[in-house]
Design a protein. Sequence first.
Length: 261
Amino acid sequence: MNEAEIRRLSELRSLLEGFAARHAARNAVSGAEHLVRLRTALKRLTAAVRVRNYREFRQADFELHATIIEMSQVPLLSEAWQLAWDGLLTLHEQGFEDYFPDTRVLADEHEHLVETIALGDPIAAEDAATSHVEAVWFRVAENSVTAAEAENDPLQRATAHLAFSLHRPLKLTEVARKIAFTSPGNLSRLFRQHHGLSFQAYLQKLRLEKAAELLITTRLPIARIAKRVGYRDVSRFGQHFKRQFGKVPTEWRRSSSKNRS
């Protein structure tokens, strides 16, 4: 398959897994056995990631995602998903070996997906599933571009990378060198010139806007939302959120809920 065909197949997998995760979350109350299987597969996957054992990772990853498909209880979904999964096996291996130097990202992504399903939050589960698949594709596409091509639009590459990587530690120097293929000084200048913000201020704005969205659309605990958008310190997250929106996260969620009712 060429790149365009792989991209379309990845989009199909994203749609199928998002759909499955949404229905799996709705079945969380009656799906205790499935949840045990999900957490068992997650432990195996995390252990495999830690020692970079791709064969064990792929098996545990398959079992985790196949369990979600089964838990959704949607007729014929398994057959369609299996075809998409098999068609992307090369992409899976490439992503594991080349595009996740910080292997904790893989474990964190899967942990978030499992926990959103266990919480019985359909919207959060769908977001977690689609974001996970899209991130894999994005990292592959990101690394397939040559340095010469990347120099044409370093700011676009940097902003796209930030949008897909909010939960990860992000530094101007690394994004400039590894993603935008330019100097930190030039990338900083481009952010101020086109967005009127420093790199760090732009990143913080993205993180807080995503957090505000998750507070409104999901039932995820505030600590998990903070972690999802890259904050390890919940109190610091609350301070930044209030500074941005004039309300602490609990007040934002409460007022948004009232406005919708």
